[in-house]
Design a binder for this molecule. Structure first.
Ligand code: HXC
Length: 469
């Protein structure tokens, strides 16, 4: 994963100090974890890698001290920390000494949260502390077919619940990228996974103070793309692929998607504009018409908070028909999960640029980085429709008394469409700063971000907020 020849190992002679259960006879230098630091494309990264061949990579007191040393080094030099996990949690033979060791690691995970990026890569079977420590980090990636994450493995599950499951069914990559959303992505094999972690690191700032890295870009920020003028279909009920739009806007079509397989009705990930990282949040009309549901809100909220913590500007593309109605959503806490996204965008102090491409209906209009909650630059395409709801639904409610007169209803629907289903009512009030042509989107977004580089905004001092969890 590191640049060739850049790895410097720490503590390779450390051994465990346990004499119980015959452990005094099995001391292994390094004690199941390799720690140190190196570089990725020249930038410092602190690393630890669990060695499953030594007591299943399990964590002893000494093993924990090695991890803590690297966590503290990462904090001191303000460099990202990457953990490669392949381990069975606290070392059973050491009892509370191992549990205490994990406690020390968890504490550093929390102290480092929001200070340096923490990335966990799951590369084998992982249980106990070796899933809980990753859970406290910013990103978790897995390898398909060879990595598993569970609090307790299939054998314990069988004993306690009488449920028979395989490791794959209980905690394989597919489960965690599509169902639980514990993992942010999965790759085909170890090599591909490590190469992608290098790619991700290239997008991330080293810490919360230094700002985003800048890489040479050969893509003209003023590049015009006329194909964007026809990407939105005339029929408002027809979908189009928001990812195509994103790829056309970012530098060299390079987009690193986060949680690509979970809540696919919203797209989150990193791209670059003028060589500098931006976080992208975008409704995806191809999946559930881009509606906001509990999962999509939670996914995007976490992403927005990561970007804000690490000073990564956010560009939001909006095409959202509203929040998803229904008992499943309400019982699942849609109100609270939707509030997370509203909270996250409202709280963000990084540069925020929004482009409404088509629908921005109801509460979802407010939530999706609208002017009202603090977004700096709000653009809309001429195809934008900003309203409380679509014309049909609106007329059915406000002209209910005319429902048996189809002619009247058709006229009312047309009136509503003309009045609200355009960006101009919002633009008249200054809620949209400008209606822009789709082909100029990259150019306009790049200019807005360049202007916003000097943005300074501070929220009133507080201990911390009370995000609706
Ligand atoms: C000591 C361990 C170990 C552990 C595995 N080994 N986990 N030794 N402590 N926690 C050893 C095994 O004894 C075995 O040794 C070798 O590692 C390989 O393990 P296998 O079981 O043969 O491998 P596999 O079938 O691939 O299963 C991997 C596994 C399983 C799923 C990780 O080993 C497992 O369930 N381990 C226990 C997990 C667990 O309950 N950990 C404690 C969690 S408490 P030999 O000598 O036979 O090769 C915890 C506290 C954190 O972590 C607090 C959280 C909030």
């Amino acid at each position: 994963m590191l640049d060739t020849g850049s790895f410097e190992e720490f503590d390779m002679f450390v051994q465990h100090r346990c004499d119980d259960f015959g452990m005094e006879k099995s001391k292994v230098p390094g004690d199941g974890v390799i720690t140190g630091w190196g570089t990725v494309n020249g930038r410092t990264v602190c690393v630890f890698a669990k060695d499953f061949t030594v007591f299943g990579g399990s964590l002893s007191e000494a093993h924990a001290q090695k991890m803590v040393k690297i966590q503290e080094l990462a904090l001191r030099v303000r460099a990202p920390i990457v953990g490669l996990f392949d381990a069975g949690g606290a070392r059973i033979q050491e009892g509370v000494a191992a549990l205490g060791g994990y406690g020390e690691v968890f504490k550093r995970n929390v102290i480092a949260s929001g200070v340096v990026p923490q990335i966990s890569v799951i590369m084998g079977p992982c249980a106990g502390g070796d899933v809980y420590s990753p859970a406290m980090t910013d990103f978790i990636f897995m390898v398909r077919g060879s990595s598993y994450m569970f609090v307790t493995g299939p054998e314990v599950v069988k004993t306690v619940t009488n449920e028979t499951v395989t490791s794959e069914e209980l905690g394989g990559a597919q489960v965690h990228i599509t169902k639980s959303s514990v993992a942010d992505g999965a790759f085909e094999n170890d090599v591909e996974c490590l190469l992608q972690i290098r790619r991700l690191l290239d997008f991330l700032p080293s810490n919360n103070r230094d700002g985003v890295p800048m890489w040479p870009s050969f893509d003209d920020p003023a590049r015009i793309d006329y194909s964007l003028d026809t990407i939105v279909p005339d029929n408002p009920n027809k979908p189009y692929d928001m990812k195509e739009l994103i790829l056309k806007v970012v530098d060299e079509s390079d987009f690193f998607e986060i949680q690509a397989n979970f809540a696919r009705n919203i797209v989150t990930g990193f791209g670059r504009i003028e060589g500098r990282t931006v976080g992208i949040v975008a409704n995806q009309p191809m999946v559930l018409a881009g509606v906001l549901d509990a999962d999509a809100s939670r996914k995007a909220a976490r992403f927005v908070r990561f970007c804000d913590a690490f000073e990564i500007p956010i560009v939001t593309f909006v095409d959202v028909p509203g929040f998803l109605p229904g008992t499943a959503q309400e019982y699942g806490g849609l109100i609270k999960h939707g509030a997370k996204l509203l909270f996250a965008f409202t709280q963000a102090t990084v540069p925020l640029v929004t482009v409404i491409t088509r629908k921005a209906f109801g509460g979802a209009y407010d939530v999706m980085s609208s002017k009202h909650i603090g977004t700096d630059v709000n653009y809309a395409w001429p195809s934008a429709q900003i309203a409380v709801m679509g014309a049909k639904g609106a007329v059915e409610i406000i002209f209910r008394q005319d429902m048996d007169d189809p002619e009247k209803i058709a006229k009312r629907t047309e009136e509503y469409e003309q009045r609200f289903l355009s960006p101009f009512v919002a633009a008249e009030r200054g809620y949209i700063d400008e209606v822009i042509m789709p082909h100029a989107t990259r150019h306009r977004v790049a200019r807005a971000l360049a202007m916003l580089r000097t943005k300074k905004l501070e929220q009133p001092p507080k201990k911390h907020d009370n995000l609706p969890l």
